[in-house]
Design a protein around this ligand. Structure first.
Ligand SMILES: [Zn+2]
Ligand SMILES: [Zn+2]
Length: 140
């Protein structure tokens, strides 16, 4: 395992006010390598290093990291929800209707929120989330 990466993740957890646990470090490390993975996929990879980690604790880890702002939970209309470490930049996603593959799409027009709704009812808008659907290169 790469010590420098672990140190950066440890610092990220601490500055988010979270205790550093092996499960949290494992989730961050895996999502660095495999963005847009769901809890069960992450668990399947994590148990090779952390045999005592349960699926439920992986779910808890992801919820805690998301609440702390370290992860983003993407919610296309499919379950289970994929997670990623790319937070706070208002990017969007394209989802394959056939295999469920997810890829990043940068702001649609200019900068965040990048789409302007016609009537916001007094809300100050800072983010727009768009999910594009289609068929990925493998499924076409
Ligand atoms: Zn596909
Ligand atoms: Zn993304």
């Amino acid at each position: 395992m790469d010590d420098i990466v672990v140190e950066a993740d440890t610092a990220a957890l601490r500055s988010a006010g979270l205790k550093v646990t092996r499960g949290r470090l494992a989730a961050l490390r895996l999502l660095q390598r495999m963005p847009h993975s769901d809890a069960e996929t992450l668990h399947r990879h994590a148990v090779t290093d952390e045999p005592t980690l349960s699926v439920q604790s992986m779910h808890n880890v992801l919820t805690d990291l998301t609440r702390a702002g370290l992860l983003r939970r993407i919610e296309p209309e499919r379950s289970p929800a994929p997670y990623e470490r790319r937070v706070g930049d208002n990017h969007h996603h394209v989802v394959c209707r056939s295999c469920g593959a997810v890829a990043d799409v940068d702001c649609v027009v200019g900068h965040a929120p990048c789409l302007t709704p016609s009537d916001v009812g007094g809300f100050a808008i800072d983010t727009a989330e768009v999910v594009f659907w289609g068929l990925c290169a493998n499924c076409r």
